[in-house]
Write a protein that binds this ligand. Structure first.
Ligand code: NAP
Ligand code: GLV
Length: 305
């Protein structure tokens, strides 16, 4: 019996040491050098290459190393086993703070003052008006963001597949998209990447938003149709985009976003998995699997999240 880590392009030494500390009698295998494929019962995966999860016919569960499972669900031929994800309060805290920080920085024109400082310019301006934030997705991260933004005086709405009932937040269901976004000064995307959400933020979506809206995408790059966003930025229908995630990551050096004056880029870092918390959750589920107990944070494979 073993645990297999399929997490390419990362140094896994720390993670392996933590697993060995919590599960000293369990073999940890690392893809692609798997010594005994038939012994693999539990796979921990993050952005697994195509086909890399298929050969393990005795695998009983696959765990995502992060909150999203899109990189695991994207390929056919996945073993027909439960898939779990990370649900972590600290991840939600980091994400909420990232979103609040960027909205406040935009409101208070920090980017302008950083540029002025370099040129020793003194040109004060009132902070931008606009206090309405709509969050697409009201799951673990979306609802945490809604709460923090409300506590900081924002008028917050959330839009989700099933309509929520959150204190101090205007809640909209999937058939109320126009109502949810038409007045928003800021739209924050915290939807999962699924078949339904691919290129969801496209020309038609942006046309429903008001002129001068600020878009913040902290979910997944392929939810935004990037050419439509560039077009909307070029006519100032979208005043600014704050993007943490992109269709292709790392964002290619030739991409138009890099040089765009109205785009703020961060390198997929708004909420990074904490190795300690993640390892604890992964080990807890592994022990549950071994004892035939229900797993925690199982995703719905039909819905894709
Ligand atoms: P979650 O708890 O699964 O919540 C997803 C939310 O999206 C739910 O409210 C869900 O509606 C809604 N939703 C899903 N499909 C929809 C659709 N087609 N139309 C309308 N609403 C839809 O997910 P989470 O933990 O909040 O995380 C959200 C995403 O953030 C993850 O999937 C991941 O891709 C991304 N993420 C990014 C980073 C980063 O560093 N940038 C870090 C962590 C996570 P219901 O409530 O009705 O089900
Ligand atoms: C990060 O993007 C995650 O899904 O945890």
């Amino acid at each position: 019996m073993s645990i297999l880590l399929v997490i390419p392009n990362r140094n896994l030494d720390k993670l392996i040491a933590k697993f060995q500390n919590l599960l000293p009698n369990t073999t940890i295998e690392v893809w692609p050098n798997v010594k005994e494929p038939q012994e693999v019962e539990y796979i921990v995966a993050w952005q697994p290459p195509k086909g890399s999860l298929a050969p393990y016919t005795n695998c009983k569960a696959i765990a995502s190393f992060g909150a999203g499972v899109d990189s695991i669900l994207q390929y056919d031929g996945l073993p027909d086993v439960p898939i779990t994800r990370i649900v972590d309060e600290n991840l939600a805290k980091d994400m909420s703070r990232y979103v609040l920080t960027h909205i406040l920085a935009y409101q208070h024109r920090l980017e302008t003052y950083f540029k002025q400082q370099i040129k020793r310019e003194w040109k004060p301006k009132r902070a931008r008006a606009g206090n309405k934030v709509t969050i697409l997705g009201a799951g673990q991260l979306g609802s945490a963001c809604a709460n923090l933004l409300h506590l900081n005086g924002f008028d917050v709405s959330v839009w989700s597949r099933t309509k929520k009932s959150l204190a101090n937040v205007n809640c909209y269901g999937s058939d109320q998209l126009t109502d949810a976004i038409q007045d928003a000064d800021y739209i924050v995307c915290l939807l999962p990447a699924t078949k339904e959400t691919t290129h969801f933020i496209n020309h038609d979506f942006l046309a429903k938003a008001k002129e001068g809206v600020v878009l913040i995408n902290v979910a997944r790059g392929n939810i935004v149709e990037e050419q439509s966003l560039l077009k909307a930025l070029s006519i100032n229908h979208v005043a600014h985009a704050i993007l943490d995630v992109f269709s292709v990551e790392p964002l290619p050096k030739s991409h138009a976003f890099w040089q765009h004056a109205c785009v703020t880029i961060t390198p997929h870092c708004s909420a990074l998995s904490n190795v300690d918390t993640v390892t604890q959750q992964l080990c807890e589920n592994y022990l549950r699997l071994m004892q035939n107990q229900p797993l925690l944070n199982v995703v719905n494979k039909d819905l894709g999240y």
